[in-house]
Design a protein around this ligand. Structure first.
Ligand SMILES: [Zn+2]
Ligand SMILES: [Zn+2]
Length: 369
């Protein structure tokens, strides 16, 4: 699972990063400032080089403050930000249960009412139409195959993978999954914040003891159609049962390790995952995306390292979840700075390339073709 002892290797890099930071602190103030400026120019150049050599993918996004969950009309903001930060691909997620979501007193999202029959399906179709308009008029291409992903990166054209966060629109009708695929969707998440017939989710009451038999059928349908199967938000039991059913790598697109020191105390604790939960995903050949809810880019990198220390560098990705709440990658023009922070934090260019996109490309190629 942890291919070729990455743990020892990556830990050594972290140590070197610390030594370099201490040396920097020992330099005189003005010399330190000059050195810091030169260093930051070097970091930026190194990050751009990584982003040229390796495809980069935000494995879970809503496209920023004017994105798909906002009330904004389709617009150029996403493509403009991606170009500025050299992000190749965003998995742009429609949120079918959006109309029933709200925050409780602690600021935690949840369903506030039971949706009416067909209500979430109708809203999901409306959001797919919004996505069509983004692709038709606002500088993004939608990719359907691994070859198209790589071609978009090679051409320097920002691309989206059409993604759906929660199969709450299915209402037990798998033909709606097929319809989503026909509409260009290539990535779906099984559960979100609304009780459904698929399985239990982390922030809700346990009602199914994990994955249902319909949930197992939905995973098999994902494999058959060619959809990345994302188990973010699912309980550990649901995930472990999904791992038994899955014959392709699974993605868990946005989370952090349980009790993450890099995040600190957070109302999102119920959405973090245990070490066993993370290892179950890695065992499928999959990857765990780390969201951007950290106080700084350097802390974000610490959050990536926390997960790498558990599952290895081949099983960690970046899934910002922007812009569900403020985080350390507010807009995509910061993407290159995130990669620079990864290099500064001790990741090699190859490791940064895997986390920034290579691991997702592997999963996408296996699931979608
Ligand atoms: Zn989410
Ligand atoms: Zn999300």
């Amino acid at each position: 699972m942890d291919c070729c002892g990455h743990h020892a290797l990556t830990r050594r890099h972290w140590m070197w990063g610390t030594v370099l930071a201490s040396l920097g602190a020992m330099l005189g103030a003005s010399a330190g400032r000059d050195a810091a400026a030169a260093q930051s120019a070097d970091d930026a150049a190194a990050a751009r080089d990584v982003l040229r050599r390796f495809i980069s993918v935000d494995v879970h996004s809503h496209g920023g403050t004017t994105g798909i969950i906002s009330m904004a009309a389709p617009n150029d903001d996403l493509a403009t930000g991606m170009r500025a930060g050299s992000l190749a691909v965003a998995c742009l997620a429609d949120v079918p249960d959006g109309p029933v979501l709200g925050r409780n007193a602690a600021g935690v999202l949840g369903a506030t009412r039971t949706p009416g029959p067909g209500e979430l399906y109708k809203y999901h179709l409306n959001r797919l139409a919004w996505m069509d308009e983004m692709v038709a008029r606002h500088g993004l291409r939608r990719v359907h195959t691994a070859a198209e992903l790589e071609a978009a990166h090679a051409a320097g054209q920002p691309a989206i993978v059409a993604d759906v966060e929660g199969l709450d629109f299915l209402e037990r009708k798998l033909e709606r999954l097929e319809e989503a695929h026909q509409r260009g969707v290539r990535h779906v998440q099984l559960v979100h914040y609304t009780p459904n017939d698929i399985g239990d989710y982390q922030t809700g009451a346990v009602t199914h003891d994990g994955l249902t038999s319909f949930g197992a059928e939905a995973i098999q349908a994902c494999h058959k159609l060619g959809l990345v199967c994302d188990v973010a938000h699912a309980t550990e039991d649901t995930v472990k049962q999904a791992v038994k059913v899955a014959t392709k790598p699974l993605l868990l697109s946005h989370t952090a390790i349980a009790d993450s020191k890099a995040m600190g105390p957070t109302p999102l604790r119920g959405r973090q995952v245990s070490r066993d939960h993370a290892r179950a995903i890695a065992e499928t050949g999959g990857s765990i995306g780390i969201w951007h809810f950290f106080p700084s880019l350097d802390k974000y990198v610490d959050g990536l390292k926390e997960m790498v220390d558990v599952v290895g560098v081949d099983h960690v990705s970046i899934g910002t979840d922007q812009q569900i709440a403020r985080g350390s990658v507010q807009t995509y023009d910061q993407w290159a700075q995130l990669v620079a922070a990864m290099l500064r934090g001790g990741f090699t260019p190859d490791e940064a390339g895997k986390i920034a996109g290579g691991n997702y490309l592997r999963i996408f190629r296996s699931a979608v073709g």
